[in-house]
Design a protein around this ligand. Structure first.
Ligand code: COA
Length: 176
């Protein structure tokens, strides 16, 4: 279901208290890289917003649902021989899970990514046990490419990582 009530917009310093309230959550942190802090403090939020709000072109967006900030999504172009690729990463505040919000946000960032950067492939790397994230990617036209066995360690536990991607040719082919 397409959500017209979902927008990607720049992070603002006015969002900091909402950001802390949403992001300070172990149920989010446990599915993220260690760059996502837990506990997530006011200082973490301020440093994040100051960093991402000055990038040109913009790479990290606040997800707004009915004009309220509910999560974050970013696209990160790679370098050197991987320069035709970009990785996406995202999280949503727990009260907003299961409403189709991230599926729409992923579709929006894919469109932005292919229109903004000179890339041929966008990928994401959810942990294998993160079924909700994998489902979001499947619903957004991504294809499972690989399972990297025990390639990550999170909170002292080895885990498999999955690689999902969408290619520009397929994205255009779908006529988004
Ligand atoms: C993963 C996450 C972004 C999903 O966002 P969301 O807005 O709830 O996702 P959507 O509502 O668009 O879609 C979720 C889908 O996963 C399914 N799902 C949820 N939990 C599931 C589970 N445990 N097993 C299988 N499917 C599951 C839902 O049923 C839905 O699929 P459906 O539409 O076919 O029913 C959100 O849960 C989150 O932020 N989690 C914590 C951080 C995180 O994991 N970030 C991603 C790192 S790769």
């Amino acid at each position: 279901m397409a959500h017209s009530s979902i927008q990607l917009r720049p992070w603002s310093l006015n969002d900091i208290s909402d950001l802390v309230q949403l992001a300070n959550n172990i149920n989010i942190a446990k599915n993220m890289t260690d760059a996502f802090p837990n506990p997530y403090t006011y200082m973490d939020a301020e440093a994040f917003v100051r960093r991402v709000s000055t990038e040109i072109p913009q790479k990290v967006f606040a997800i707004a649902y009915n004009n309220k900030v509910v999560g974050s999504i970013g696209i990160f172009p790679k370098e050197d021989i991987h320069r035709k690729n970009a990785e996406i990463g995202y999280w949503l505040g727990e009260p907003y899970h299961g409403k189709g919000i991230m599926t729409e946000a992923v579709r929006l960032i894919v469109k932005y990514g292919f229109e903004t950067f000179d890339i041929e492939r966008i990928y994401a790397a959810p942990f294998r046990n993160n079924k909700a994230s994998q489902r979001v990617l499947q619903k957004s036209g991504f294809i499972l490419e690989a399972v990297l066995r025990m390639s990550i360690i999170k909170y002292n536990e080895l885990q498999d990582e999955t690689i999902y991607s969408i290619r520009k040719v397929d994205y255009i082919g779908e006529g988004w």
